[in-house]
Design a protein around this ligand. Structure first.
Ligand SMILES: Nc1ncnc2c1ncn2[C@@H]1O[C@H](COP(=O)(O)OP(=O)(O)OP(=O)(O)O)[C@@H](O)[C@H]1O
Ligand SMILES: O=C(O)C1=C[C@@H](O)[C@@H](O)[C@H](O)C1
Ligand SMILES: [Mg+2]
Length: 175
């Protein structure tokens, strides 16, 4: 039987990479972080890709990575915050696994990302405004693909992991 995959979506700072790693251990799935996969394939970091190839170049690499990874089985994939932008990515995520949206307020996103310089979209003058605008565009897209929605603002990563496991069981997802 094909082992079911789980995909985490949500904005920067939602905790996809952090929670993904913990959850993969609990569910005995292989953990893949698409941002890291893109960097490994390219041999350079995300800021470099944005500088040299532009956001479009990064999105092309991201779409290729998502298509490849979602064709494997037994995977816990932490996606990048913009993974839902393109319809083909949303299609692959929805069709090839169970999608969990880590829903997080802009205030928490800002607090959790402000010290990290590895997110090019937040190295602009008003990161709060950037995060607010991205949420207006993307929240409906995260909801469109999500099978499960979990709020992370008032919860630590361990509690979020337990809530996801409970909801997967409620949905009878076999892992
Ligand atoms: N539930 C939580 N409560 C408190 N802090 C958290 C929580 N989840 C994640 N964090 C912290 O927030 C920071 C950002 O988390 P993380 O890198 O996992 O976000 P992400 O969703 O993967 O972001 P990106 O889309 O940019 O890859 C980390 O320092 C992490 O420790
Ligand atoms: O929200 C976004 O568009 C991004 C989020 C990060 O995970 C990276 O994928 C990149 O910095 C872009
Ligand atoms: Mg991440």
């Amino acid at each position: 039987m094909l082992k079911q995959n789980v995909y985490l979506v949500g904005p920067m700072g939602a905790g996809k990479s952090t929670i993904g790693r913990l959850l993969s251990q609990e569910l005995k799935l292989e953990f893949i972080d698409s941002d890291k996969e893109i960097e490994d394939r390219c041999g350079c970091n995300i800021p470099w890709i944005f500088d040299v190839e532009g956001e479009q170049g990064f999105r092309d690499r991201e779409s290729q990575a998502i298509d490849d990874i979602t064709q494997q089985s037994g995977i816990l994939l932490a996606t990048g915050g913009g993974a839902v932008n393109r319809p083909e990515n949303r299609q692959h995520l929805s069709a090839r696994g169970t999608v969990v949206y880590l829903c997080t307020s802009v205030e928490q996103q800002l607090a959790r990302t402000e010290k990290d310089k590895n997110r090019p979209l937040l190295q602009r003058p008003n990161p709060k405004k950037v995060l607010q605008e991205l949420m207006v565009q993307r929240d409906p897209l995260y909801r469109e693909v999500a099978d499960i929605i979990v709020h992370t603002d008032e919860s630590n990563p361990k509690l979020v992991v337990q809530e996801i496991i409970d909801k997967l069981q409620e949905l009878n997802v076999v892992l």
